[in-house]
Structure formats: structure tokens, C-alpha cells
Ligand binder design. Sequence first.
Ligand code: AMP
Ligand code: ZN
Length: 454
Amino acid sequence: MTLRIHNTLTRTREDFVPLDAANVRMYVCGPTVYDFAHIGNARPAIVFDVLFRLLRHIYGEAHVTYVRNITDVDDKINARALRDHPGVPLNDAIRRVTETTYRQYQKDVTALGCLPPTAQPRATEHIAGMTEMISTLIKRGHAYEAGGEVLFDVGSMPDYGRLSQRRLEEQQAGARIAVDAHKRNPGDFVLWKQSTAEEPGWDSPWGRGRPGWHIECSVMSKAHLGEVFDIHGGGLDLIFPHHENEIAQSRCAHGTKVMANYWMHNGFLQVEGQKMSKSLGNFTTIADVLAEWPGEVARFNMLRTHYRQPIDWTAASLEDSRKTLRTWKQAVAGIAAAPPDAEFVAALSDDLNTHAAFTRLHALAKAGDAAALKGSLLLAGLDLDVADLGDAEAVAVDEAVVTNMIAARLEARRARNFAESDRIRDGLLAMGIQIKDVKDPATGELKTEWEVRR
Ligand code: AMP
Ligand code: ZN
């Protein structure tokens, strides 16, 4: 089975070839822990969790390393700490903000069925690595000190802008020259900035200060995955400047041709056609969503749309998702999972075509193949045995599913495959369906009558 991935670097779908099949390495930019995450922030967590699970399925659980960082150094965090904990020493106030937010995030994404990544490094644990990488960049002529900052010199990198396909001249056209008078190029970005006595800071060769956002990911990915790794992911909005700048720092510090071989970006979750975001104020926190909807429903709803497409988040589609999951939950209750269905895995392997994958699950349910349905759902991180989808009594039996399962069972009996026919009967029983085989007195043909018994 070949995994294919749409690579933002080349704008094409490519066969995935890992650098080392014994250790497939993926890095995804995680949350900046200053405020509760919204349901749009959950999209990369869920999408890359599915990829993590698929990679483990293909390469083996022990052969995939997934790193998702926690950005706990950021000026938004400082501002929040000052606002929410006045009078508390800043370092303590910051820790309170980041700890509360981080714990909530863990709780949220766990409820959404996301496995813990292999490692979740925090920026504050990697400051020494950052000052070291910045020193290397200065030494190699890619960074300079000016105006109390250390800046990356984008002019020093001939193919800066390759990921976002922006040319340097275009980027400079709209830049605010006056504000950036200390910069060599308007596009130069901060690696390190000095802190006032009131701001959080660490000692460095350039005075007490703090790192810029982009350098955090370059250093944490290097520490856990090495100078070059396989997959780097995040939302579309991170392509520029964040990922472009990560690439610039890592490649220039290590002298490598790439930072990661495959760059993947999820599309936006939208509300009435607009990107959900903190700044627009049109957001619903993950916790709000989970107060109303089971985590499995929110997860499935997120995955019904292909990860690169925009997704409109509506109650109607959530309700629709709940209905489907109820039918499937009924179908797989009490059934032992078989390995995931091959066509389902093939669909996922085609650049995470979850839409096609779920279409296949509908077909499996109709055919009465509850064991493969269950195994496939588990691969997608949907454990319906534990899901509380509410209103169990209100669930109507899907007659088409039952009729198909009965036909499949008779077919198996005719083929004298009794293990299979018993398996389907047990599946029906688990759905609360009693069956009785009767001979048609006229034709002598076997027919199955059924009724719902709860
Ligand atoms: P942030 O905390 O804003 O840096 O976002 C964390 C992650 O969520 C990043 O990968 C973003 O690209 C992603 N993200 C933010 N807003 C949305 C959205 N509305 N839809 C999908 N992904 C988003
Ligand atoms: Zn990042």
C-alpha cells in the first residue's frame, strides 16, 4: 500500500517515502497556550492524529515518532498573565496561565479521540537550544544584531520563500519601511528580542531576552526528530510566515537542502464562510462544543470533509454525523473487531481521503460486515463502544442495513460458511434483532423473518 501525500512544497500529490521506515518522523505545530483552544484549532490535532494512526498502522506502532510542541513563550501569554493575575510575580502568573491552558487543551483533544503524541516539548525547556541555533546562524552570516534584536537576514538565503511561493521583492513591496528601519530587508524576522525587567527573559549573548516564535519550532523539531525529518504539518495560515521561517532557520543553521520532506496543511474551519479565529471573535471553544456534542461526533464531523478543504461548522452537520454514528454503533455493538478494511485503508492512504473512506464504511455497514466496520472505525480513532451518543431509544433500526445483513447471512449459509453466518447472526442479535429461518412451504426456499427485541 503506497501512502500518498499532497506536499505543499511541490503543490503535488507524492508517494510517501520515509527517510527511515524504522522511525517515521512527524512534527506538527501545537497550541500557543494563552487561552482556551477553539474548535478550529482542533482541526490540525484531529487530522494529524488520523495520519499518526495511519502511519502506525502501515509502519508499526513502535516505528513512528510524532512531536507536537507547546508554545509557552509568547507575548500574548505575558499579556494574559498580567491581566488575569495582577500583583502575582510575572513568572508565576505566566506559569498559571500556561498550565491551566495546557491542561484544558490535553483534556479537549483527548475527548476528541486524539492519541497523545510521542513527545510534547515546551518552548521554555529548549531556550538553550535556541540561543545555540541563533549563535550558529550569526556565525554563518544568516543573522545579525540590530536595534536590541537578533534578526534573520532573509536576503542571505537564495531560495527563501520557496514553500509559500513568494518572491522576496513581492514580500518587500508592502512592508512598513519606517517601522523597520533597523532591518536589512523588510522581511527580516526576529530570532531574539531583549526583555525589559518586567518581561520574562533568559540570559543570552545578546542580553536578557526571549526568543521569537519561529525559532522555537526549529529547535524543538531538531531536538526530537533531527535536522531533517519526514512530515511537517499545521494549518494553512502557518505556511507564511511561520513555516517559511522555520525552514529558513533550520536549513541555514544545519546546511541542509530541506527541513522536512513533506509539508501538509489543513484548511480552515469556518463559520458562515469566515475562518474561525480569536481575533474575529466568531469562535466556539472545544469545551463548548463538547458540552453539547459527544467527542466522537465532533471528531467524525471534522473528518467527513477532506482535510485540505474548508469546512463549515454547523449544528445540522453535527446532527447528521450523530445519526450516522448511531447506526454504526448499533451495527458494531458486541462484535469483535477485524483488521481495518483494505479499501478503507487505501482511501485514507490517498492523501487522507476520509470522505471516500467513510463512504466505504457505509458500504460495509450495508453489507453487514460489522467486524471490518469496527476495525476500520478504530483505525480512525472512533471507538463507538465507549461513545455515549445519547437518545439510544430513539434510534430507529435501519431496515436496509438489516435486510442486507440477512441476505449476507443466507448467502454464507448457502456457501456452508457457518462461521460467517453465525458472526452475522450475532451482529444482528447485538443490534437487538431476533431472526427466525422459515421454509417457504410453496417453494421450499429458506427465508429469514426478523423482529426488534429490546
Ligand atoms: P494558533 O494557536 O492560532 O497558532 O493555532 C494552532 C493551530 O490551529 C495551527 O495549526 C493553526 O493553523 C490552526 N488553526 C487556527 N485556526 C484554524 C481554523 N479556523 N481552522 C483550521 N485550523 C486552524
Ligand atoms: Zn511551528
